[in-house]
Design a protein around this ligand. Structure first.
Ligand SMILES: Cc1cc2nc3c(=O)[nH]c(=O)nc-3n(C[C@H](O)[C@H](O)[C@H](O)COP(=O)(O)OP(=O)(O)OC[C@H]3O[C@@H](n4cnc5c(N)ncnc54)[C@H](O)[C@@H]3O)c2cc1C
Length: 347
């Protein structure tokens, strides 16, 4: 590898996370400014399949590694491999998508390579030959510009902050297989088993998210089944509310999100949480139902392109952020809204 920019492509069983291609697109435009090409590195089971695709998304060179030590994700052998490739190529920039793995590996590579990380970046430029990264801070209230004095300059790119490159099927190449950098005996962590979490929620990649908050349980007209205690009755009510949230999400082909209050109250699992301590999302459309719009919730969704808020309280802070606000009861608004979209979209 002789390119200045190296991009880690995060993938699972032969399918790349879309933000990996966004990171590759960002890497490509940096490479053009720095002079030189961009190398993509794909690791783990199914790496070869994804490696083939990486050319179409803009890589000039593609490296892949897939052996028994790398089959199941572990940070140590992945870090060792990425750091080795970055060192041998004297890469000036090392890009990761902001996936859970991308964040972890960026931090570990920074330690191994004695550099720094510019995390969760939303824009990149080159000034005097150095990468300047823009990143939101203070729960998204401010944007800061940072640069790194050491090489490689390590960046994680925020999901949906960079354009998805159009795949060019005419762009092909031969990926190069590289060896793992650590032998099994040198890897301190061992995989016992992988179990399906049953999650399947991909909030980060969703173009439409319909989220519910504490307000979803607030419908005095609902009568819970007999025999439930107060907490169980509240959760039962919340489930009726989340069904309406889910119906709208499904008509719009979107995912279901939630506030932390809804998660903490046991209405919905944590994997749906949006916010400072949940997922940071940036969909084209974010519909907040029964969510007040606390600063910690805003931290996870304020960069959404269009925000719609449905809330009974006209003073709710979410209305300050929303492009469209509907003051009213979500139980009255969501069913006809879903029905209207169904008709409009011919579903
Ligand atoms: C360190 C820290 C980290 C945090 N991280 C997160 C995070 O990641 N994500 C997050 O969301 N929060 C987070 N929080 C919590 C945050 O401060 C708020 O408590 C939380 O977001 C409130 O959730 P909510 O809007 O659902 O509930 P509430 O603030 O209780 O708002 C409920 C809203 O529903 C409306 N409503 C009620 N009934 C109806 C109805 N029938 N129809 C329409 N509207 C109705 C009400 O008017 C109200 O505005 C964090 C807090 C701290 C301290």
């Amino acid at each position: 590898m002789s390119n200045k920019v190296l991009v880690f492509i995060d993938q699972f069983k032969g399918k790349a996370y879309p933000v990996s291609w966004e990171a590759l697109g960002a890497g490509r435009s940096l490479a053009e400014k720095l002079g030189g090409g961009v190398t993509a590195l794909v690791v783990g089971s199914g790496a070869q399949t994804v490696a083939g695709e990486a050319f179409q998304y803009g890589a000039d060179e593609v490296l892949y590694a897939d052996d028994a030590t790398l089959a199941d994700y572990r940070p140590e052998p992945y870090t060792a491999l990425i750091a080795k490739q970055a060192t041998s190529a004297a890469a000036e920039v090392l890009l990761f998508p902001t996936t859970t793995r991308g964040r972890e590996l960026a931090a570990m590579c920074a330690v191994d390579l004695e550099s720094g990380v510019m995390p969760d970046v939303t824009a990149l430029s080159v000034e005097d030959g150095r990468v300047v990264a823009t990143r939101p801070v203070y729960a998204g209230k401010l944007l800061t510009k940072v640069y790194c004095t050491a090489n490689p300059q390590i960046v994680t790119t925020r999901t949906r902050a960079f354009p998805m490159p159009h795949p060019d099927t005419g762009r092909t190449g031969m990926p190069t297989k590289v060896d793992a950098a650590q032998a099994e005996g040198d890897i301190p962590s061992k995989v016992v088993e992988y179990a399906e979490s049953g999650g399947g929620v991909s909030l980060a990649d969703a173009a439409v998210i319909v989220s519910g908050g504490r307000g979803v349980s607030n419908n005095p007209a609902l009568t819970p089944p007999a025999g439930l205690d107060e907490k169980q009755a509240e959760i039962w009510k919340a489930q009726q509310g989340f069904k309406l949230v889910g119906d709208l999400a499904s008509v719009l082909g979107g995912a279901v999100g939630a506030s932390r209050a809804a998660v903490d109250a046991g209405y919905i699992p944590y994997e749906h949480q949006v916010g400072q301590t949940g997922k940071v999302v940036s969909p084209d459309l974010y519909v907040a139902c029964g969510i007040s719009g606390a600063i910690q919730h805003q931290a996870g969704m304020r960069t959404s392109k269009v925000i719609v808020a449905i809330n009974k309280d006209p003073e709710a802070p979410i209305f300050k952020l929303a492009r469209f606000g509907v003051v009213g009861d979500l139980y009255a608004i969501l069913p006809p809204l879903a029905e209207a979209f169904k008709k409009k979209l011919g579903k």
